[in-house]
Design a protein around this ligand. Structure first.
Ligand code: ADP
Ligand code: ADP
Length: 220
């Protein structure tokens, strides 16, 4: 589903954020990406989303060589990918429902379909009863679940998460990871950047480790 072939990303200052990274992630996988701060985790996720392009090498997502996706094709590419951020990036002046509905409204779904899918996504993350709440009134864990509902509401084939449990205590972090597992079990390819080794090493998934932009190899 996601394939990197000898990918190098050099930023303008001459620093290599990724060096010759090669990896294949299959459709049915949930994979963790770990490494110290600055190791290149966010850069790798950005290349998948086409928020950036590699300096050398090839990135293939869902059969598509991303070098062949023009800037006009980027919105369509991103529709296949849900993204979860550490700080949620929620709109705090909108209700939970409106936050989750937003991607569907942008994609042009009609009113009834927006409502149906939004409630289905909120139900999946256990927040249906809070649809009218403002995010500020929710706990950190609940806010993160709103972020996950928004990421999956348009049924992407790929779910990317950048430090999704960074601000949460261990129990809540484990719950969030179980949600990712549930989406993986219904066919979503999941890639989670996390430096919470204690948590991810307890889960039965492949762990990719970056060090200074190099992939150290995969323990499964
Ligand atoms: P991580 O997510 O593992 O903390 P990043 O991918 O954010 O690592 O960063 C990898 C390296 O690339 C770091 O040295 C960082 O300073 C550098 N970097 C990241 N983004 C940029 C950018 N836009 N311009 C220049 N350097 C960057
Ligand atoms: P629907 O009537 O849309 O099929 P479901 O009860 O199956 O509703 O739940 C769908 C919700 O689950 C979606 O709105 C979405 O939030 C999430 N989801 C994301 N990807 C998938 C997937 N591949 N399979 C099932 N549900 C998914």
């Amino acid at each position: 589903m996601i394939s990197f072939e000898r990918v190098t990303k050099r930023y303008e200052e001459g620093h290599d954020a990724l060096r010759e990274v090669s990896v294949d992630i299959a459709r049915d996988e949930l994979v963790f990406l770990t490494g110290h701060s600055g190791a290149g985790k966010s850069t790798l996720l950005r290349l998948i989303m086409l928020m950036d392009r590699p300096t050398r090498g090839k990135v293939i997502v869902d059969g598509q060589d991303l070098a062949k996706v023009s800037s006009r094709g980027i919105p369509r590419h991103r529709r296949n990918i849900g993204v979860v951020f550490q700080n949620h990036k929620l709109l705090f002046d909108r209700t939970v429902f409106d936050n989750v509905a937003l991607p569907l409204i942008i994609a042009g779904y009609d009113h009834r379909e927006v409502a149906r899918r939004t409630r289905a996504a909120l139900d999946k993350v256990g927040l249906l009863s809070r649809e009218r709440a403002l995010p500020i009134t929710l706990s950190g864990g609940e806010q993160q679940r709103v972020g996950i509902a928004r990421a999956v509401v348009a049924r992407p084939r790929i779910l990317l998460a950048d430090e999704p449990t960074g601000n949460l205590d261990p129990a809540l972090s484990a719950e969030i990871m179980q949600l990712f597992e549930a989406f993986n079990q219904v066919g979503v390819t999941v890639l989670i950047a996390s430096h919470d080794l204690a948590l991810i090493s307890r889960m039965q998934h492949r762990i990719l480790t970056l060090r200074d932009g190099r992939l150290l190899g995969a323990a499964s």
